[in-house]
Structure formats: structure tokens, C-alpha cells
Design a protein around this ligand. Structure first.
Ligand SMILES: NC(=O)c1ccc[n+]([C@@H]2O[C@H](COP(=O)([O-])OP(=O)(O)OC[C@H]3O[C@@H](n4cnc5c(N)ncnc54)[C@H](OP(=O)(O)O)[C@@H]3O)[C@@H](O)[C@H]2O)c1
Length: 326
């Protein structure tokens, strides 16, 4: 088979498209013929080396997320048969051979039926983004129906699905995006109000939107830029969940006192086995019931994985970046 191999940590140039041996499914594993693989920002941090949460043994094939058809099942697996349409969400499960390849082996617990209504590209958009969104909304912020929520960075992989899930949970959703296309996407995902984070003073409207009270919950994709403003936009007793931050900031802790705020950090990597299983069940049910409608943005061929790693770190996201394998 062909796939991407990383033999040393470094820039995008270490992503080599090459012929590799077919991975063999062991007991409890499923081999999937991949049609699409999801690209996540974490894939780039891991490839660079020195990522706080995970360092694979070299050489390795990147990718936790993907979708395709079951090719072969290992001993003890009776929940799937060859030809079944599935999506793979392998972060947190052992033994995944990497989804940036024509064939990928994964633990059967990481493999889930892909509803007929969804494309393989949409299936590849599910894993890390939806599990992160679920964890931030329900396992950290404990979002309740009727609460107001600001999803700061709602146009990307995590944000768009967080918007859909928060809307379906009965929250009043305010989302932000940095382009006209992103604004439309966030509105279509169920946000009642959409603000453009590329425009100066875009948070001024928050006072009017929330009747001067501020929002109960903020899910933050770029905390190094926004945390100080978030604390100002928050209601008293509000909760902020930091999902993304790529740098540091000068921050006044006094703001947390003024709002008696709770700031949570989250990392999908720290989910317990039970939390990960609960999140997967919640996400699979939401997919089946149509509450999550994965949004695919750019689609690039597998052999252009290096260009995809450059693009995922650029702004103006329009949904999930996916590699097409077949
Ligand atoms: N903690 C975890 O477990 C976890 C899991 C997954 C991802 N993450 C991190 O969370 C972040 C988002 O991940 P993703 O997969 O959604 O990435 P993505 O698809 O690349 O999306 C990035 C998002 O950030 C937005 N953004 C850009 N500038 C912003 C600003 N000034 N303020 C607010 N938002 C801004 C983008 O909006 P525009 O492009 O429209 O400007 C887009 O919505 C990344 O840093 C990622 O590493 C963390």
C-alpha cells in the first residue's frame, strides 16, 4: 500500500509519500481501507517533535481520524465485517497504524458505523474535532439548555461541531469566524449571532446580545489572543474552557476575581477511559440523529500531506481539512 511515513521529527518536508507494508490486524483490531483522513493541528505538533502529550516511535504514519470500508477483522471482532462503512476515531486507543495511508489498522473500539447519509470525507472530520468539542462543552463546562455560550473560533474543526452540539443542547450560541465564508458556515451550524474576529471591536456587540449580563460559557480556540477579552465578556460565575493556545499573554488575574470565573484547560489526551467512551457514544448518537453534520472544507490528495500540514495552521478555516485517499 501507499501512505505517509515520518522517519524523523521536523518540518512538513519529513512527510514522505511512499510504499509501505500492509498493516495486519491483530486480535481485537480492524483493518480499514481508508477513503479519507482528517488532518488536525495536533498532527503538525506531533510531527515537529516535542509535543507535550504524545511522541510516537519513529518511523510512524500520522493520523488518528479517517473513514472508509472495513477490509479485514482480527480475531475476537464480531461487530464488523468486510465492506462495512465506518469512521475511525483512534486518539486515546492503542495500536492505530495511522490514517494517512491506504490501509489503517485500529482497535475495534476506535471504529464506528458511518451513517449512510454521510460521505467518507465527513466521517474523517469526526474524531478529534467532535471528541474535543464534546469534552469542552459537556465534560468541562457542563453546558445547560438555555445558557448563553461564546464559541471563540467557531469556523474550524472543533468550533463548527461545538456550535452544532451547543445549539442542539438548547444553548444560545454566539460564534466567531475570521472570514465571510466562515461567518456563513457558523450561522448555518446553528449560531444565533456570529461575530467576525478579524474586525476591531467585534466583541462590543456582546453587551447588547447578552442584555449586559455577559455569557455563561466561553469555549476558546486561541486563548493567547483572547483570554483577557473573554473575562470581560463573561457573566459573573461564568466558565471559560481553553481548547487552543499557541503562545503566551500578559494577563490580569484580577479579572477572574471580578467575574468569580472558573477557567478550565482541556486536552482530549487526558480523558479517562470512561470519559472517552462516553464522549464517543455521545458523538456517535449525535451523528446518527443529525445533530452533528460534519463540515468538510478543503480536500487535498494524500500525497500532498505536507501542503495540508502548512494549510491547517493558516487562518480562514472553512470547516475540516481532509486528505482524500481514494
Ligand atoms: N485541547 C485539546 O484537546 C485540543 C483538541 C483539538 C484541537 N485543539 C486546538 O484547538 C485549536 C482549534 O483546533 P481546530 O482543529 O478547530 O483548528 P482549525 O480547524 O485550524 O480552526 C482554527 C480556528 O481558530 C479560529 N481563529 C483564528 N484566529 C482567531 C482569533 N483571533 N480568535 C479566535 N479564533 C480564531 C479560526 O477562525 P478563522 O480561520 O475563521 O479565522 C478557526 O475557527 C488549535 O489550536 C488546536 O491545536 C486542542
Amino acid at each position: 500500500m501507499f501512505g505517509i511515513q515520518v522517519s524523523q521529527f521536523g518540518s512538513e518536508d519529513v512527510l514522505e509519500y511512499t510504499e509501505l507494508p500492509n498493516p495486519q490486524p491483530g486480535p481485537g483490531q480492524v483493518r480499514v481501507r481508508m477513503h479519507a483522513a482528517g488532518v488536525n493541528p495536533a498532527d503538525t505538533y506531533i510531527r515537529s517533535g516535542g509535543y507535550a502529550f504524545y511522541a510516537p516511535e519513529l518511523p510512524y504514519t500520522p493520523g488518528f481520524d479517517g473513514a472508509g470500508t472495513v477490509d479485514e477483522v482480527g480475531a475476537d471482532v464480531d461487530s464488523f465485517k468486510p465492506g462495512d462503512r465506518v469512521f475511525v476515531a483512534a486518539l486515546g486507543t492503542p495500536g492505530c497504524s495511522g490514517t494517512y495511508a491506504e490501509l489503517a489498522v485500529a482497535d475495534a473500539r476506535a471504529v464506528h458505523p458511518l451513517p449512510e447519509t454521510l460521505s467518507f470525507g465527513q466521517g474523517a472530520a469526526v474524531g478529534v474535532p467532535c471528541l474535543t468539542a464534546w469534552r469542552a462543552l459537556f465534560q468541562k463546562a457542563h453546558l445547560q439548555a438555555g445558557e448563553s455560550i461564546l464559541i471563540h473560533g467557531a469556523s474550524g474543526g472543533v468550533g463548527i461541531h461545538a456550535t452544532q452540539l451547543a445549539h442542539s443542547a438548547g444553548a444560545v450560541v454566539i460564534g466567531t469566524a475570521g472570514s465571510d465564508t466562515g461567518v456563513e458556515l457558523v450561522r448555518a451550524a446553528g449560531a444565533q449571532h456570529v461575530l467576525d474576529h478579524s474586525k476591531p471591536g467585534y466583541l462590543d456587540e456582546m453587551t447588547e446580545i447578552t442584555g449586559g449580563k455577559g455569557v455563561s460559557v466561553i469555549i476558546e480556540m486561541q486563548a493567547d489572543t483572547n483570554l483577557e477579552q473573554d473575562l470581560k465578556a463573561l457573566a459573573v460565575y461564568g466558565r471559560v474552557v481553553v481548547v487552543g493556545s499557541r503562545s503566551s499573554l500578559d494577563f490580569s488575574p484580577r479579572l477572574t476575581m471580578i467575574k468569580e470565573a472558573t477557567i478550565y484547560g482541556t486536552a482530549v489526551w487526558h480523558a479517562t477511559e470512561q470519559e472517552a467512551a462516553d464522549a464517543l457514544t455521545g458523538v456517535a448518537d449525535a451523528l446518527r440523529d443529525g445533530f452533528i453534520r460534519p463540515v468538510v472544507g478543503d480536500v487535498m490528495p494524500l500525497h500532498e500531506a505536507a501542503a495540508a500540514h502548512r494549510r491547517i495552521l493558516e487562518s480562514s478555516t472553512r470547516g475540516k481539512l481532509v486528505l482524500s485517499v481514494y
